[in-house]
Write a protein that binds this ligand. Structure first.
Ligand SMILES: [Zn+2]
Length: 144
């Protein structure tokens, strides 16, 4: 069993990129400082291990590291959603980017959201039509 091509991340921020025609290329960026149960002597296994199914029935993959000094450890990998389309949305005189992710979510980049908040605070205010569009957008971007 192999991991699908894509980018994966542990809770502490180490990343694994799986690529190649047959998913055989693995590029690991291991954060020795941030990972719990890790020290600078730890040796990372370059390919994630299939751990089994989680309680929701999803395949669980883990990054493993071994160590003679600290005993090593592992951490669950979560797939990092990829941007498949970058759209734009106009609200009054403001344009913000909306990223469509491959898991179906739509997100607003942080700097665009901050620009939107500044615009709300300092701008001309929003029309009822803008408010309606904004409500639609926020419902689409919400998780779940
Ligand atoms: Zn160690």
């Amino acid at each position: 069993m192999k991991l699908e091509n894509g980018t994966y991340q542990t809770k502490a921020g180490s990343t694994v990129e799986i690529s190649g025609e047959h998913g055989g290329i693995s590029h690991v960026s291991f954060d020795w400082v941030e990972e719990p149960n890790a020290c600078i002597d730890c040796r990372v296994d370059p390919y994630p291990h299939h751990w089994g199914k989680d309680e929701d029935g999803n395949d669980e993959w883990r990054l493993y590291w071994e160590c003679d000094r600290c005993g090593g450890g592992s951490s669950r990998l979560e797939r990092v959603p990829q941007v498949v389309h970058e759209g734009q949305m106009r609200i009054g005189d403001l344009t913000i980017r909306v990223h469509h992710l491959d898991d179906g979510r739509r997100i607003i980049p942080t700097e665009d959201f901050e620009a939107f908040l500044a615009w709300l605070e300092n701008g001309p205010g929003i029309s009822p039509e803008d408010a309606r569009m904004l409500g639609m957008l926020l419902r689409q971007t919400g998780e779940g």
